[in-house]
Write a new protein. Structure first.
Length: 157
């Protein structure tokens, strides 16, 4: 079973830098090091300019499909490059995102189906195959355990 790991699209990042999904301007700062960037799925290096902003991943996914995510439409904090970004580099599980994660599954109508904990060091391919074994699963959001933040999206391939 194939799947596609997706960073936030460059055009969406550009829109968010003009005004985030909460209607606020981003907070731009110079990174000391380590912020997980959702635009390229890497970690910021020392001295890089990053933007902290609010993002509603399910809202955008649901809008593409013409469905209403209802109460599952949430927004939360993410980091992106504040300027030019090289974009995501590979199709595999992104380096720098190996710590504990939650895989949150959604149906084609935008409603949540459930979640699966992914322990640090556990094979993400196996975990994703398990989540996508449910034929109702249309998209999976990978989230941080510590803060619940959205990291990236995984779609059926």
């Amino acid at each position: 079973m194939g799947y596609e790991i997706r960073a936030i699209d460059a055009q969406v990042v550009k829109e968010l830098l003009e005004g985030d999904d909460a209607g606020r301007p981003p907070r731009v700062s110079t990174e000391r090091e380590g912020a997980p960037l959702r635009c390229c799925l890497t970690r910021a290096g020392a001295g890089e300019r990053v933007a902290l902003l609010s993002y509603a991943p399910l809202r955008r996914w649901a809008a593409e499909r013409g469905v209403d995510p209802g109460a599952y439409d949430e927004q939360g904090p993410i980091f992106v490059h504040a300027g030019d970004c090289p974009g995501a580099g590979s199709d595999g599980w992104p380096a720098g995102h190996e710590s504990h994660r939650m895989l949150r599954a959604y149906a084609t109508d935008g409603h949540i189906l459930g979640g699966r904990y992914l322990a640090a060091g556990e094979d993400p391919d196996t975990a994703l195959r398990e989540v996508f074994e449910d034929p109702e699963t249309a998209v999976v959001h990978v989230r941080a355990i510590e803060f619940g933040c959205f990291h990236f999206e995984v779609r059926r391939g």
